[in-house]
Write a protein that binds this ligand. Sequence first.
Ligand SMILES: NC(=O)c1ccc[n+]([C@@H]2O[C@H](COP(=O)([O-])OP(=O)(O)OC[C@H]3O[C@@H](n4cnc5c(N)ncnc54)[C@H](O)[C@@H]3O)[C@@H](O)[C@H]2O)c1
Length: 313
Amino acid sequence: MTYDKPVRRIAIVGTGVIGASWAAQYLARGFDVVATDPAPNAEANLREYVADAWKVLTKIGLSAGASQARLSFTRDMKQALSNADLVQENGPERIDFKIKLFADMDAATPVDSLIASSSSSLEMSIVQSQCKHPERCVIGHPFNPPHVIPLVEVVGGAKTSPAAIERAMAFYTSIGKKAIHLKKEVPGHVANRIQAALYREVLYLIEQGVLSVSDADDAVSWGPGLRWGVMGPNLQFHLGGGAGGINHFIEHLLPVMSNGLWKVLGNPSITPEFQKTLVDGVLKEAGKRSVQSLAENENEVIAELLRLRAEHG
Ligand SMILES: NC(=O)c1ccc[n+]([C@@H]2O[C@H](COP(=O)([O-])OP(=O)(O)OC[C@H]3O[C@@H](n4cnc5c(N)ncnc54)[C@H](O)[C@@H]3O)[C@@H](O)[C@H]2O)c1
């Protein structure tokens, strides 16, 4: 199977935080989207989310045919999947639940359609284990919120076919996502591992009394974070090596990191007292700004950054 039929209709299974954002993203790219979720109020919540997201999606740029009117909703999952060209699954992150959900979705979805899971931590080899057609099941893990952040991590399970991986990569790339292929399954995929490694040290520095919560945030977002929004750490250290580039960095600077700094990085103890320090610090930093207003502001700034990055190639 090559999975090369054109994608026109996308089914969203689970319309919580991530499913609603994916729905908005696919509508903005001009697809028909059919969503399903058993929660009470799911349809109303989804439509409200999509309407709110439309402002930033318009700023990022809508594709031909993009319309909120192309969203339909049904509580009947079989009906939602019966003629879907692609399924994006966003149900609760519990392994037994996902195995059963995938078996049910597999039975209801045309065999030449891909089924992608947004799962942040589960391995596709296990998730697909009860499917009759596991070869079309992939992880398509977005970075929150998927309607703004381009990264999608694609990884297959033991029974996923190379053609399905290739098709998933090509599809996400074709709609402007930055798809990366993980050649092996690893717990937490990649971006969350990187995020966790950095956050462990951020919390350690706060726990050790080196930094306040807000100074720790400044140390990331006004320093290296600004540069990481332009290019990744490997290319950064090519610049860090000066005229000698990455070769100079590896010879002279990497040993300072590997023999010195890596040995003194810490592991914070997440005690109740430390949790309180963290909560108090974050609430003080947020001030009067609600979670929603912070998220909206962040999305607008990221949309500008994406525009600038596109302008600069
Ligand atoms: N929240 C994040 O930052 C994030 C980021 C990337 C990926 N993910 C992944 O996305 C998935 C969803 O996470 P979330 O944060 O959106 O969770 P969520 O709790 O906000 O949403 C889950 C939704 O699934 C629905 N649901 C429950 N049973 C269902 C069923 N049988 N069929 C269809 N829908 C059903 C629930 O009603 C709920 O709306 C998880 O696999 C998670 O790992 C989350």
